[in-house]
Design a protein around this ligand. Structure first.
Ligand SMILES: [Zn+2]
Length: 214
């Protein structure tokens, strides 16, 4: 089965994809990981990608497609694939179709992990990261023992520049514009998952949906 997990940052879609992969052996295709893997290989493609990343620019869709194509060739897709955080644009969604068609596959099911925007803004704006070890805390759900200081190395806890309420809302606005045509495209195979409850509960919802689909 080919799955796509959609959702804004902070909705926990990556965590759910990871859990599912661990339990079922389905291949988790997370663009961030694929990118890091390709760069680590020091292949020609990896070097090209590294140059784009270090310039701070977005990776062009063609390059992402090429990278994904190579990656899928190398991996075991026999138990299926869950794409997490990809596609982000309608162009990428069409590209994914092409890559799957080449392998006589198609997207079977799309889960859209939803959390109300206000709750997400709160979740993300409460994130704090240790200056030294980069460990991530949340001032209300996962606070450090001593406010503003890392438990492990007493490093200062900082808020990322792009984790302010304003910056988060700006990112969501762009996300919403890009996701609408994707949701339209996947109409008929898209199911919304309420991603507000605790992780285990959301995982059970996912399990039920997949069970029905089989
Ligand atoms: Zn630390």
């Amino acid at each position: 089965m080919i799955l796509v997990f959609l959702g804004k940052a902070g909705t926990g879609k990556g965590t759910q994809a990871q859990l599912l992969a661990k339990e079922t052996g389905i291949l988790q295709a997370s663009m961030g990981d694929i990118l890091r893997e390709e760069i680590a290989k020091k292949s020609a493609l990896g070097k090209q990608i590294e140059a784009v990343v270090s310039s701070g620019k977005l990776i062009p869709d063609e390059l992402s497609a090429q990278m994904l194509d190579v990656w899928l060739d190398e991996k075991d897709m026999s138990k299926g694939v869950v794409f997490d955080g990809f596609p982000r644009t309608i162009e990428q969604a069409d590209m994914l179709d092409e890559l799957l068609e080449k392998r006589n596959l198609k997207v079977d099911l799309v889960l859209n992990f939803a959390v109300p925007e206000n709750a997400l803004v709160k979740r993300l704006s409460e994130r704090r990261t240790c200056k030294i070890c980069k460990r991530v805390y949340n001032i209300s759900t996962n606070p450090s023992k001593k406010a503003g200081v890392c438990d492990i190395d007493a490093g200062e806890l900082l808020q990322r520049n792009d984790d302010t309420e304003e910056a988060i809302k700006a990112r969501f606005k762009i996300y919403n514009q890009q996701i609408n045509p994707i949701i339209e495209k996947y109409k008929g195979k898209l199911i919304e998952v309420d991603s507000q409850p605790p992780i285990a509960e959301v995982a059970r919802q996912v399990e039920k949906i997949l069970e029905k689909k089989k």
